[in-house]
Design a protein around this ligand. Structure first.
Ligand code: AMP
Ligand code: GLY
Length: 426
């Protein structure tokens, strides 16, 4: 089979790596990819929101399956575009339609969906320019800290958690009246603060049934012991070791099933990944956010734990046999440590030469922001690459990843050494 993956991060490298191992793969293309995806696939430079170009490439390369990595093209309607093109009728696109992508693209849409289908989440209200005064009054009814979320996509920066009421009111004003996050904050969701442990749960669905992929915990803050600014993710562990079988069943019953049933009830034929960003509040799982894609760096621990041929699962979606396919998950724990550029998540420099050790059979390296020039490897982003290790033992997996991380060198390399530290005793 011929497969195309859209995107250029560590998530896409992890997906490409997994698919490249399938006995059924004939041609694997990543658009635009990075220096890591080039090791397992063919990179093609392309604007991921230029659907006409993607269509031409699909036809030229006789692509059977397209996997969309990031949310942007989904929110912009790539799935709907594919459905409208007669020539693409035999191409299966793994990713939801524009309407369903609103689960990620609009916090207000997601909240309304959860309310309608009784899916546990933080209490909330949404405000805009006409109702901003009610927003100030609503803030007064809450206790700190205050959670304010830009309704639309804001490059992962649209959530503010503020300690005092005066500051919260100021933020609300800046978001709605002063376009703090551009049009994304024309509407603002204000919600109750939930205290607990976060976890990520992923499913792959063909629109009718679903399979639960390995769980994960992401470490979002730049600093050790979860301090400092939020990032795209500085590391991850899979499974989220505090989630036992019974708790996962509870999540399935209270959150996953009602979501899948809700989508069907809305007449949405959702094909793709659903990423449930959850928080465990004293034994009760609640949804913090939906994403309509896989996580990054969660993918870099999730895919290495999938033992089954992942392309075979996708083939099941294509030919209607998804429910019959098995999904085997490795019992080992996977830990990934992200190597970032100094300054990230604020400003950082690119184009630093990267030295990789020759031999690293104990761990996997997934590239995020890298490029190659004349046979040499250079940094090309804030998050540069991550090192994943698997072991029966979380501490050992972390040690392996840290050891290899210490041997990879580039100017300004920074990484957290405490990924999974809170889960070691589970
Ligand atoms: P989101 O973009 O909705 O995932 O929010 C980004 C981060 O803000 C989450 O990963 C949480 O750490 C935090 N967060 C969001 N909503 C809440 C909430 N209601 N209570 C506590 N923390 C939250
Ligand atoms: N690591 C969080 C995300 O992918 O949204």
């Amino acid at each position: 089979m011929n497969v195309m993956i859209i995107g250029s991060g560590g998530r896409e490298h992890a997906i490409a790596w997994k698919i490249s191992k399938s006995s059924m793969i004939k041609k694997l293309i990543v658009c635009p990819g990075n220096a890591g995806t080039a090791l397992v696939a063919q990179n093609v430079k392309l604007d991921i929101n230029d659907f006409n170009k993607i269509k031409s490439l699909c036809l030229r390369e006789e692509i059977d399956i397209v996997i969309v990595g990031p949310e942007d093209p989904l929110v912009n309607g790539i799935s709907d575009y594919f459905k409208l093109q007669k020539e693409l009728k035999d191409v299966t696109l793994v990713g939801p339609c524009k309407n369903a992508a609103q689960l990620e693209g609009s916090k207000d849409f997601a909240k309304q969906f959860m309310k309608k289908y009784n899916i546990p989440t933080a209490k909330h209200k949404t405000f805009d320019i006409d109702s901003i005064d009610n927003g100030y009054i609503f803030l007064e009814t809450l206790s700190p800290p205050y959670v304010l979320k830009a309704d639309g996509l804001a490059a992962g920066k649209g959530v503010l958690i503020v300690d005092n009421l005066i500051e919260a009111k100021k933020c609300l004003k800046e978001m709605i009246l002063e376009n703090k996050f551009g049009n994304a904050s024309n509407k603002v969701v204000i919600e109750e603060f939930l205290k607990g442990t976060e976890l990520s749960v992923f499913v792959l669905t063909d629109g009718s049934t679903y399979k639960i992929l390995p769980t994960a915990k992401d470490y979002k803050r730049i600093g050790e012991k979860d301090t400092g600014l939020n990032t795209g993710g500085m590391g991850a562990v899979s499974p989220a070791t505090f989630v036992d079988r019974f708790y996962l069943e509870k999540i399935e019953l209270e959150i996953i099933k009602p979501t899948i049933d809700g989508l069907k009830n809305e007449n949405i034929n959702y094909i793709g990944f659903i990423f449930f960003g959850l928080i465990d509040v004293a034994g009760e799982p609640k949804v913090i956010e939906y994403n309509v894609r896989m996580g990054d760096p969660e993918s870099e621990v999730v895919f290495p734990r999938i033992k089954s041929d992942f392309l075979n699962l996708l083939l099941g979606i294509k030919n209607g046999t998804f429910s019959e396919k098995d999904l085997h998950i490795d019992k080992k724990v996977a830990v990934t440590v992200m190597l970032a550029s100094k300054g990230y998540p604020e400003s950082y420099e690119k184009n630093k030469l990267i030295y990789l050790p020759e031999d690293f059979t104990e761990s996997l390296i997934f590239h995020s922001g890298t490029k190659s020039k004349k046979g040499k490897l250079y940094t090309n982003g804030g998050r540069v690459m991550c090192v994943t290790s698997l072991s029966e033992n979380l501490k050992l997996a972390l040690e392996r990843s840290l050891e290899l991380s210490s041997k990879i060198n580039f100017d300004g390399k920074y990484y957290r050494k405490d990924i999974g530290y809170d889960l070691i005793n589970y």
